[in-house]
Design a protein around this ligand. Structure first.
Ligand SMILES: O=C(O)C(=O)C[C@]1(C(=O)O)C=C[C@@H](O)C=C1
Length: 291
């Protein structure tokens, strides 16, 4: 299987992909296709240059990854899995702490270390890169550059860990989703390792209300309440049509093959402008977390 991941060798997305493959993919001849940014993962998938893609969706400190949310709506893809990676950012460089003038990383990682950067390197220039591993690779070129990336990345690019654990909160987790082209979803899901029946399912949808009216969102949420379906996440994103117009990303417990879920979706679909079914997939099981 060809798996599109964000970033060069050593990125957190690569770690997420390996973690998910180990649990869910039976075949051994898997090839990781390293993409320079999140758009590239979606494009490679669309162009059939990979079979699945692994992209970051949300982080416990910085929140949603907007570009992933937008592309989940725009592209003809489904979610077939999720995984959560513990993020431990380090400051990596081949120079010394006092020499650092430029700090590079993915915008999400810079955001997760915002207070650290302001307190410790108030004068450093911050530059964004497509991934944390790309930042690490660039930092190998100049002693005055440092990258924010994982400790494993230090080994890959032969950089020193100047400071470990620099994110602003002790606990830092990123949730990644595994995506496929819609036309291959069914076969792809069939080819995965036999699911452990005890692990619960989760379903993700995107809803556009179309017409702003009192109680529109309330009536959608009411369907979930009426069917006793537990929501795990709700997030709004601009529709990009006019200011103040939103699409809603909703995750909830249950599988689209369950009758109560089908029933709730049927009722919601008939009262909204658009409903995109992203997919039902097994919830990440934190009891088997490997990192
Ligand atoms: O740059 C990477 O290593 C990534 O996999 C991207 C990413 C993200 O977009 O959230 C993944 C995990 C961390 O939260 C920081 C960056």
């Amino acid at each position: 299987m060809r798996i599109g991941v964000l970033g060069l060798k050593g990125s957190y997305s690569e770690k997420a992909a390996k973690q998910w493959i180990a649990k869910n993919v039976a075949e051994n001849d898997n090839v990781l296709e390293h993409c320079s940014d999140i758009q590239d993962v979606f494009s490679m998938l669309e162009n059939k240059e990979c079979d699945i893609g692994v992209v970051p969706l949300e982080n416990s400190i910085e929140g949603s990854v907007g570009v992933t949310l937008d592309l989940l709506l725009e592209k003809d893809v489904n979610i077939i899995g999720e995984t959560i990676v513990t993020i431990k950012h380090c400051l990596l460089s081949k120079g010394k702490e006092e020499d650092i003038k430029v700090i590079l990383s993915h915008p999400q990682a810079l955001g997760q270390c915002r207070n650290f950067l302001k307190m410790t390197f108030p004068l450093a220039e911050l530059r964004t890169t497509g991934s944390t591993s790309h930042a690490a690779k660039l930092a190998t070129e100049f002693e005055e550059m440092a990258a924010i990336a994982s400790p494993e990345t230090a080994d890959v690019y032969k950089l020193d860990i100047l400071m470990p654990d620099i994110q602003d909160r002790k606990h830092n987790h990123t949730r990644f989703v595994v995506i496929t082209r819609s036309e291959t979803t069914e076969n792809m899901v069939k080819s995965l390792k036999q699911a452990d029946s005890s692990s619960p399912y989760k379903t993700s949808i995107i809803v556009y209300l179309d017409r702003d009216r009192p109680g529109a969102l309330y009536s959608i949420l009411g369907e979930f309440a009426k069917h006793n379906i537990n929501l795990t996440r709700i997030e709004s994103r601009p529709s990009k049509k006019v200011l103040g117009d939103y699409v809603f990303y909703i995750d909830f417990e249950g599988n689209i093959s369950d009758d109560i879920i089908k029933d709730a979706i049927y009722n919601i679909e008939s009262s909204v402008g658009m409903l995109k079914m992203l997919g039902s997939y097994q919830e990440f099981d934190s009891t088997c977390e490997s990192n």
